[in-house]
Design a protein around this ligand. Structure first.
Ligand SMILES: NC(=O)c1ccc[n+]([C@@H]2O[C@H](COP(=O)([O-])OP(=O)(O)OC[C@H]3O[C@@H](n4cnc5c(N)ncnc54)[C@H](OP(=O)(O)O)[C@@H]3O)[C@@H](O)[C@H]2O)c1
Length: 326
């Protein structure tokens, strides 16, 4: 699938797992320069291997993060096994692998967010074009059982983390006046041609985009997870407010997935201790199933695509018709 994101500099918080990882793979395959951000570097290494298309990401050979640094590109991580031999299961060229990078950072910490933005921008020639805020957590707890620590943990990651990443990345997202017609003319994909024809001009505001991942629970509420719902409602409101504040420089939109088959959902099922299954969750949807991460990733890339130059402040459900039921 082509989204017209060749050479775009993309930062994805939560890009080491689930929806964020699927979006990272789609952007990378589209030719973007992608940085994935998460706390757990082992998870980050496996994510690089999975995105790069290693036959067995679990077995991929990595040197780990070099001493004193918080970042590693897939080229550095996957290019050899320490003896200088290239891992033959890695399909990408060294150049392609160099467009894919892991950054270790905790989005609840302002300094980590600033560091992640600076590293991504450094490798993106001093700019960031697209920020996807997918780092998030879920907790099912009725209000009578919620502690202040529970509240702080969910709000910290889902709301403060989104805000801090935006604060850190925004300075690198303001237009620097560069033109991007060259790349569009060179590759001439349908999406790139539409982007050039449909935008107010190449390299302008409409090329810079933030995509926040909220939830159907942020629009319609849900049973048994009031703080999660509140956190995602806050992300919806933050999206609309920043779409106004950042116009016309940066588009800001928000995706609201229903249930998606990711490690987050696996953990949710485990915490419910057999109370319900994936299939039973799917039965509640007009489409009769829950989503795959790739289906949400496709919408993220479509919303971020420069071809989508007139959408800002939008809240987009990707929920198999769930919220349409009212
Ligand atoms: N799956 C669903 O059914 C569903 C439905 C609606 C909305 N969503 C939302 O979609 C987003 C992605 O969910 P997912 O299902 O893909 O979850 P996931 O598979 O559990 O991935 C979550 C990602 O967030 C990162 N993360 C968590 N806390 C972080 C922190 N403090 N700093 C940096 N990174 C952090 C994790 O990496 P580390 O652990 O290494 O930090 C991981 O990469 C979340 O915002 C979630 O609320 C999910």
């Amino acid at each position: 699938m082509e989204y017209g994101c060749r050479d775009k500099v993309v930062v994805i918080s939560g890009g080491t797992s689930g929806i964020g990882l699927a979006a990272a793979r789609a952007f990378w395959r589209d030719g973007a320069i992608v940085s994935i951000v998460g706390r757990d570097s082992a998870k980050g290494m496996k994510a690089l291997a999975a995105i790069a298309g290693c036959k067995d990401p679990e077995a991929a050979v990595f040197p780990g993060l070099p001493e004193g640094t918080d970042t590693l590109s897939a080229a550095e991580g996957l290019a050899g096994d320490g003896s200088g031999t290239r891992d033959s299961s890695v399909p990408g060229t060294t150049e392609e692998l160099a467009r894919l990078r892991y950054i270790r950072a905790d989005v609840t910490k302002p300094a980590d967010c600033r560091m992640a933005a600076a590293i991504a921008a450094y490798y993106g020639k001093d700019r960031i074009d697209i920020l996807v805020n997918s780092a998030g957590m879920y907790q099912e707890k009725r209000i009578e059982n919620i502690s202040v620590a529970d509240y702080n943990r969910i709000m910290d990651v889902n709301v403060k983390g989104t805000l801090l990443m935006i604060q850190a990345c925004q300075p690198y997202m303001l237009p620097h006046g560069e033109t991007e017609t060259g790349a569009a003319e060179e590759t001439g994909s349908a999406a790139e041609e539409m982007a050039v024809a449909g935008s107010a001009g190449p390299g302008t505001a409409q090329d810079r985009c933030i995509v926040n991942i909220a939830s159907d629970a942020g629009i319609g509420g849900n049973y048994g997870c009031p703080v999660y719902c509140a956190s995602k409602g806050a992300v919806v409101s933050l999206t609309k407010a920043l779409a106004l504040d950042f116009a016309p420089d940066i588009r800001v939109n928000c995706i609201c997935p229903g249930d998606v088959d990711t490690p987050l959902l696996t953990a949710q099922l485990a915490a419910a201790k057999g109370g319900y299954t994936k299939e039973e969750m799917g039965d509640g949807y007009p489409l009769g199933r829950i989503a795959a991460a790739e289906e949400v990733a496709h919408v993220i890339c479509s919303v971020a695509s420069p071809a989508n130059s007139f959408m800002t402040g939008a809240v987009v459900p990707v929920d198999g018709g769930l919220t349409a039921m009212g």
